[in-house]
Design a protein around this ligand. Sequence first.
Ligand code: SF4
Ligand code: MG
Length: 296
Amino acid sequence: MVEELMSPGTRTCAGCGAVLAARLVLKATGKDVIICESTGCMEVTSTQYPTTAWKVPWIHVLFENPASVAAGVKAALEAQSNDHTQVIAYGGDGGIVDIGFGAVSGALERNDDIMIITYDNEAYANTGVQRSGATPFGASATTTPAGLESIGKKQWKKNIPMIAVAHGSKYVATASIGYPQDLMNKVKKAMKVKGTRYLHIHTPCPVGWGFDSSETIQIAKLAVQTGMWMLYEIEDGKFKMTMKPELKPVDEYLKMQKRFKHLKDDTIKIIQDHIDKTWKELDNLEKSGVNLRTIL
Ligand code: SF4
Ligand code: MG
């Protein structure tokens, strides 16, 4: 049996997808890992002094710099001739996609030998569910509230996985807590690659998204089954879908969450069209065999 390296009984909300992501990541890495984690839900709920839920070495770093600290830790290990310990910069969408993105970009550009993982709950959840660059179009957040004149967030989700590829990363993948084996396989694959690797994990948040805590896995799977979250990996620039479901209408996913409850048919159609177009373009990309590292 694989050892559990994330202790039970953390202070996350019931049904939290983010803590499940951490548990699965650690199952894949095993003990020989150092986690450099920025402020965020998983940090505030798992490491109240003097306790920790992480049964591996773990460093709390600022929102801005998990990737820089991870690069420094890796350099220190190299100075000790340690070439086996995995170093992971770990953060939420606030920490990796927005506030810490400068350091993430720097690590990717230098090709520091670290793994960067985002657990994406699509908002600044631990500070009150403000919108982030990863919040989806049409979602109501506390800084983009839905109302008579507002559909919620007006921008599409920032595409960090492709931005990581554009930096030249040799391994980039998306994953979901709804598909744990796929997630752990991707972490294991990333561990074998040298240089900066990027993994983006979709982690539903009952509190921020407005669904029952018993529905987390159902929501995670529906995101993939409707194309709101697409599972793929890009190895050495070659794009591959790792799951190709017969897509369900996106309405099935949206209607289960309070953050989308206000959406009218015309906005839902905009979202559906966006998914259909992206799905087709990614399918074409896969069939074309184009190497993204040479063109981005
Ligand atoms: Fe998890 Fe969301 Fe609660 Fe944060 S706010 S601990 S992501 S359920
Ligand atoms: Mg977040």
